[in-house]
Design a binder for this molecule. Structure first.
Ligand code: NAD
Length: 705
């Protein structure tokens, strides 16, 4: 075996040159990989012992993409670039076969497309996830992929950014053969077959039959645009991918390639891509807890107990059942239990009806679910999650009981949205095992999990819950104890602004419009109509009900979507909010009752008041150490509340605006709208004064803890 670079080696096996890359952890295409591959191809061309070439990777995957640590690093040589590697493969005088396993992604997938043939193990996945970083495949992916699988399928794959399985890849011609058993031997055997059968050197660049359909039916592009419009609103890369593929259909290969490059550069230099790339790292960072090292011991979660089979209890349970973990749900009455279990089964049945899981899956999952009316049924579980009513006394009484019932080492978690975890932990004999696990609704779908670290929560319990969260597909973010934790506390700050503007300045549709246009899926009032206006209405302590718009709507039976109207009207079967003139009159009347003369407000100020109030709250949260770092707040808002990723995140956005500008506007709002709540937080003022950003803020005491 000959070493060509620090990561690539060359040897001839059974008459085939094998170029093996070993660049842990994911065989990213770093400079030394590219150089080794190009040198290896040159060697193979003149090697009389080699009739073909196999490109193979050690470790857990074929090339999983480019080396992102090299991006923007001036010390890394430009040449050979990935396109040079692809040209070396495609231009080879001997057949080149890619042997795929693991995740063949991004530049890795484009590299595989440069080979004449591709074989894969059944578990392999292939994908072009660039769109998730705000860019498009930039090494021929948009130009070659449609030539293999047709325009429609290629667009779907590149615009979703989601990988396809080896089986799907075989069906669309992206893979030529599935190798059962040892991949390298299978790839060598395949290469020898290509040679002995005298098969052609298939260069994807030369074939364009698959483009024919789109040439005859150019409407395919606009139809596709319409089909993704809602999901990709505000993002730049999906449209750039479509434009590139449109050009592929029209232009010769090399011109299309140049066009792809131009669109790639445009995307790469856009604020959207910078924001998305920032967010990519923010999400990774969220997993790190400064004082809880990676090797902190964790406990095994083999059985879960759920208390409460309501909206949250049911949804949370599904996460575990989906992963084959048995769940026991405890309720207070048979009726509530039957209802809860029934909803879970109905949910699974409807997913099966859509073809996303099989009937067999439904049976398996339901067989892991047990219901009980006795907390004693939880004596042998490893984790209990309480999701009963949001009432401190009820929660305390539940925790007192389970503390006595659950085995030592069992983690006792609460799904509370607002309550103090320390207070709950204090009623148990094991506060070190108590933690908050704040799931979001619908809990079987929403990715965010706020992991609430109590004063006494042990590192082992925290590490276990972070691992468990990732294991059930959640994005787990550590937060500290305060009312509403990070997400809901910031949401409350935005709601206070929208409520104040509703009373003094603008109608629900005007306020919601700016939030929607900013990139959120919906505004505050549409969101409240969705959740139901009566949540917490009974407990609403507002002294003067005449000046409370929610109260006025609720007493009129306008409880939101479920009653056909709340802040808006909803036509039967529709979720589209329609403004209602009577509601507008009611709002004006409430303002009059409160002695308020309504004043116009510009959309710019509306947006700034809501967003900057959130930024201000974020600064307080950071200062108090409730979030570990600014980027954690951004991850929470993207995954929990639909903050548009192409704007990076709340604190990233504020940094782009400039914290001094945010402070200046907040000071103006305090005066203009007579709102002391918008008084800039001390940390915000301090950072602004020093010309710093949220990214400069690191709580050292946290790191030293
Ligand atoms: P829910 O009213 O739908 O369900 C609560 C269930 O708990 C009911 O079925 C009730 O019968 C049961 N219950 C009450 N006391 C019990 C006891 N002592 N033992 C066993 N079961 C008992 O409420 P939900 O919306 O599922 O909320 C539950 C918790 O989750 C609350 O703390 C809430 O703040 C939190 N939460 C809710 C949401 C949401 O959007 N609904 C989101 C995140 C967190």
């Amino acid at each position: 075996m000959k070493k060509l670079s620090q990561s690539v080696s060359y040897e001839v096996k059974d008459g085939v040159a094998v170029l093996t890359t070993d660049n842990p952890p994911v065989n990213a295409m770093s400079y030394h990989v590219r150089q080794g591959l190009v040198d290896g191809m040159e060697m193979a061309q003149s090697d009389e012992d080699a009739k073909a070439v196999v490109i193979h990777c050690e470790g857990r995957t074929f090339f999983a993409g480019m080396d992102i640590t090299e991006f923007g690093n001036p010390d890394v040589p430009d040449s050979p670039w990935i396109t040079g590697v692809i040209e070396a493969f495609e231009g080879s005088s001997k057949p080149v076969v890619a042997a795929l396993h693991g995740s063949t992604l991004g530049g890795g997938c484009e590299t595989a497309l440069g080979c004449h043939y591709r074989v894969a193990v059944p578990s392999a996945k292939l994908g072009q996830p660039e769109v998730k970083l705000g860019i498009i495949p930039g090494a021929g992916g948009t130009v070659r992929l449609p030539r293999v699988m047709g325009v429609q399928k290629a667009l779907e794959m590149m615009v979703s950014g989601n990988p396809i399985s080896a089986g799907q890849a075989l069906a669309v011609g992206l893979v030529d053969e599935i190798v059962e058993g040892d991949l390298l031997s299978g790839a060598i055997a395949f290469a020898n077959k290509v040679v002995s059968e005298n098969r052609p050197l298939v260069k994807i660049r030369d074939s364009d039959q698959e483009l024919e359909e789109a040439r005859e039916n150019p409407a395919i592009f606009d139809d596709f645009r319409k089909s993704i419009a809602r999901k990709t609103r505000g993002f730049k890369a999906p449209e750039a991918i479509i434009q590139s593929v449109e050009a592929v259909v029209r232009l010769p290969f090399d011109e299309a390639l140049q066009n792809e490059r131009r669109l790639f550069d445009e995307c790469q230099n856009s604020p959207e891509a910078k924001a998305q790339q920032y967010f990519f790292f923010a999400e990774r960072e969220a997993k790190k807890i400064p004082d809880v090292p990676k090797d902190t011991p964790t406990r095994e979660i083999k059985k879960v107990g759920m208390i409460g089979a309501g909206t949250m209890g049911g949804g949370i349970s599904m996460n575990f059942l989906n992963r084959g973990i048995p769940v026991t749900i405890v309720e207070t009455t048979q009726e509530a239990l039957d209802r809860g279990l029934g909803i879970i089964e109905k949910n699974y049945a409807s997913t099966a009806k859509k073809g996303r899981i099989t009937e067999d899956d439904v049976k398996k999952r339901m067989s892991l679910l047990t219901g009980s009316l006795e907390l004693e049924a939880l004596s042998d579980v490893d984790l209990v999650i309480e999701a009963v009513f949001e009432d401190m006394d009820v929660k305390k009484s539940v925790f007192e009981k389970i503390d006595k019932i659950c085995k030592p080492g069992c983690i006792l978690a609460s799904n509370t949205s607002y309550l103090n975890i320390n207070e709950i932990a204090a009623v148990t004999s094991r506060p070190q095992d108590v933690i908050g696990l704040h799931f979001f609704s619908p809990a079987n779908i929403m990715r965010l999990l706020e992991v609430v670290r109590g004063d006494q929560t042990s590192k082992e319990v925290l590490a276990t819950c972070m691992k468990m969260g990732a294991g059930i597909g959640k994005v787990a973010v550590v937060v500290g104890v305060c009312r509403g934790f990070v997400g809901n506390r910031i949401l409350a700050a935005r709601m206070r602004q929208s409520d104040d503007m509703l009373l003094k300045n603008a109608m629900p549709q005007e306020i919601d419009r700016v939030v929607f246009d900013f990139g959120f899926p919906m505004g505050s009032f549409a969101m409240r109509d969705l959740a139901g206006l009566d949540i917490g209405w009974e407990r609403d302590k507002t002294p003067d009900k005449d000046t409370n718009i929610r109260h006025q709507l609720c007493t009129r039976g306008r409880l939101g979507q479920k009653t056909g109207g709340g802040f808006y009207d909803y036509k039967e079967g529709s979720r589209t909010p329609v403004p209602n003139a009577e509601v507008e009159q009611l709002i004006e009347e409430v303002s009059r009752n409160a002695g308020i003369t309504r004043k116009e407000i510009s959309p710019e100020d509306m947006l700034k008041r809501m967003i900057y109030a959130m930024v201000n709250e974020a600064a307080k949260i950071l200062d108090e150490g409730i979030a570990q770092r600014a980027s954690a707040i951004d991850v929470i808002w993207v995954y929990g509340y639909g903050w548009p990723t192409y704007r990076g995140g709340l604190t990233y956005y504020a940094d782009q605006i400039g914290l001094n500008n945010v402070v200046e506007d907040l000071e103006r709002f305090v005066k203009e709208y007579d709102d002391p709540e918008l008084e800039p937080a001390p940390l915000l003022r301090e950072l602004a004064k020093e010309g710093k950003s949220f990214r400069d803020f690191v709580r050292l005491d946290h790191l030293e803890a």
